[in-house]
Design a protein around this ligand. Structure first.
Ligand SMILES: [Zn+2]
Length: 96
């Protein structure tokens, strides 16, 4: 039997680490062959963020994991106030 997994919270998804160690971002311990949580957070480079993990000891439920995730997710960067900088002048070749 199969069913679609519907994550309760955006960006938070369960993970079962079969191969390789994952480091829990709360207690800092590595865990493997355990259920845990994963979520993406900043800093973002080239549209990709950093994948962070949580072990089930730190986050036994999805609700707890989400609370911890919110602490780790970077708030959206605030744009500096004021008018945007003027666009660079279009290059004119040899007109001047
Ligand atoms: Zn942990």
């Amino acid at each position: 039997m199969k069913r679609d997994h519907k994550p309760k919270y955006d960006g938070l998804f369960p993970v079962f680490t079969l191969f390789g160690w994952k480091q829990c971002c709360k207690c800092g311990q590595d865990f493997r062959r355990e259920l845990g949580w994963q979520f993406w957070t900043g800093p973002y480079y080239a549209g990709r963020g950093v994948l962070k993990c949580l072990c089930r000891e730190c986050a036994p439920t999805e609700e707890v994991a989400y609370e911890i995730m919110k602490l780790h997710i970077e708030p959206p960067t605030e744009r500096p106030k004021g008018p945007p900088p003027p666009p660079p002048p279009m290059g004119r070749r040899g007109d001047e």
